[in-house]
Design a binder for this molecule. Structure first.
Ligand SMILES: *[C@@H]1O[C@H](CO)[C@@H](O)[C@H](O)[C@H]1NC(C)=O
Ligand SMILES: *[C@@H]1O[C@H](CO)[C@@H](O)[C@H](O)[C@H]1NC(C)=O
Ligand SMILES: *[C@@H]1O[C@H](CO)[C@@H](O)[C@H](O)[C@H]1NC(C)=O
Ligand SMILES: *[C@@H]1O[C@H](CO)[C@@H](O)[C@H](O)[C@H]1NC(C)=O
Ligand SMILES: *[C@@H]1O[C@H](CO)[C@@H](O)[C@H](O)[C@H]1NC(C)=O
Length: 413
């Protein structure tokens, strides 16, 4: 047996002996022990830390309360409390659990910079007698519980730009608002940027990355798959996207069951929605996926009736069969922002037939007609002269929204 350096032994004595209160309370924020700049909470297994941090670009002038991977040296922040209200004088700013069981961030001169709104409607009644504590869990979730263990507030319910395994992103809205990941403004600026990622607010069939209010990327339309796995060759592991109903809302989450890698989904300040995995050999985040990819897959890039052909060595925009670019100058750089138009106008009736297109991502702006067989869906479109296309799928799964068919139709406007 080898010798451990003295320091290591001392550390072991102090930090593995969980009976010592100084160690045992490391992951917990207690009502009488506010957190100040320089002190951190560490999750029990050491993966995550919570405390004040100052991005290098702010020159140490702006401090934020955040959660980060404790042993990952870069791009490690996964959650920020006071994104829009940084601490400018850190000398005696505090994050405290007040006796009314709220999490409160106060500036040095005593101003309220951020609070967790624990008593907001929808949470347990604020009158409930709580002498709880807030704990940084091993999943990276900062949780405020009642003394009985009920969750009063958790950081996982208030995502910033990062989705961690185990987090649920709400993609429907009944009693609660939709949840979005909102990018940082820059690589070193946690204030809210212009890109966001979440579900189509009108129906939960697709996800969007928005630039301000404009779509920048759109996911393929979801089936009713409760779980979709994508095998990632580079890490020899499968990442699962899960959609499930919790009470009256539908949530998406992701994970890598059995995988020991550190993985996250991030709405990047550049506008890309990325799946990243920590490469502990290279000490870098490997990008497993970054949408839009290729570039012509960006929303509306190829215009109406155009599509991004990513089977070409250099992916380019093309017009659908029977269509041509609207503008003659278009197409020189593989892009038709004005889109394509029909070479011949449609004559409603028997002269026109539908053409089946395979292996296409289906377009946006569809009308979702519920609960149709294939024949009914086809009839829905052929019976109307303003219907120009339809798409059909029968998911044959236990339907998450009570309908396992997808009859989508496109109407001329
Ligand atoms: C808490 O609620 C107030 C009032 O509804 C709101 O202005 C504030 O932004 C909320 N704070 C957070 C952190 O959600
Ligand atoms: C709330 O806490 C106080 C002080 O510990 C105690 O006297 C009181 O009975 C508690 N109330 C409830 C409803 O548990
Ligand atoms: C996002 O929108 C801004 C303002 O309209 C624009 O300048 C910028 O190029 C857009 N970014 C991307 C990645 O499309
Ligand atoms: C779907 O249509 C079938 C047959 O028309 C009907 O029996 C069933 O109740 C419908 N289901 C829903 C969820 O609307
Ligand atoms: C689903 O598909 C399987 C295999 O094709 C079939 O045996 C089963 O009856 C289908 N279930 C429903 C509900 O259509």
């Amino acid at each position: 047996m080898g010798f451990l350096p003295i320091r290591r032994i001392i550390t072991l004595v102090f930090c593995s002996a969980s009976l010592l209160p100084s160690c045992a309370s490391d992951s917990r924020l207690l009502p009488n022990k506010p957190l100040t700049v320089g002190s951190t909470l560490i999750s029990d297994d050491g993966t995550f830390a919570l405390g004040f941090f100052s991005p290098s670009s702010s020159g140490g002038n702006h401090y934020y309360v955040g959660i980060w991977y404790n042993s990952i040296p870069k791009d490690n922040v996964v959650w920020v409390a006071n994104r829009a209200t940084p601490v400018t004088d850190p000398s005696s700013a505090t994050l405290a659990l007040t006796d009314r069981s709220n999490l409160v961030l106060s500036s040095t001169d005593g101003q309220l910079l951020w609070m967790a709104n624990v008593s907001a409607p929808g949470n347990l009644a604020s009158s409930e007698n709580v002498t709880g504590e807030a704990t940084l869990d091993n999943t990276g979730n900062f949780v405020l519980r009642t003394s009985e263990g009920a969750v009063l507030w958790q950081s996982f319910d208030h995502p910033t730009d990062t989705l961690l395994p185990g987090m649920n992103l709400r993609v429907t809205h009944n009693r609660h608002e939709l949840q979005w990941l909102v990018s940082w403004k820059g690589p070193q600026d946690p204030s809210p940027g212009s890109f966001s990622y979440g579900a189509d607010p009108y129906q939960f069939l697709q996800r969007f990355a928005l630039n301000g209010s404009r779509p920048y990327w759109r996911s393929p339309v979801w089936g009713n798959y409760l779980m979709v796995g994508s095998y990632m060759e580079s890490i020899k592991s499968t990442i699962f996207m899960t959609v499930r109903r919790i009470e009256d809302e539908i949530y998406m989450s992701f994970g890598m069951p059995g995988g020991s890698s550190t993985v996250k989904i991030k709405m990047d300040y550049s506008g890309k929605i990325k799946i990243l995995v920590w490469n502990s050999n290279m000490l870098e985040w490997d990008v497993l996926q970054a949408e839009p990819d290729p570039e012509c897959n960006a929303y509306g890039y190829c215009g109406a009736f155009g599509f991004c052909d990513n089977t070409e060595p250099v992916p380019t925009c093309k017009c659908l069969d029977g269509f041509e670019p609207i503008s003659k100058e278009d197409g020189s750089n593989g892009r038709f922002p004005k889109g394509c138009r029909r070479k011949e106008t449609l004559r409603c009736g028997r002269e026109n037939r539908f053409l089946t297109l395979t292996a296409m991502k289906i377009p946006d702006k569809f009308v979702y007609v519920r609960n149709r067989s294939f024949e009914e869906c086809s009839a829905e479109c052929t019976s109307s002269c303003s219907c120009t296309a339809y798409a059909y799928a029968n998911m044959n799964t236990s339907a998450i929204n009570g309908d396992d068919t997808r009859c989508l139709i496109w109407m001329e406007i």
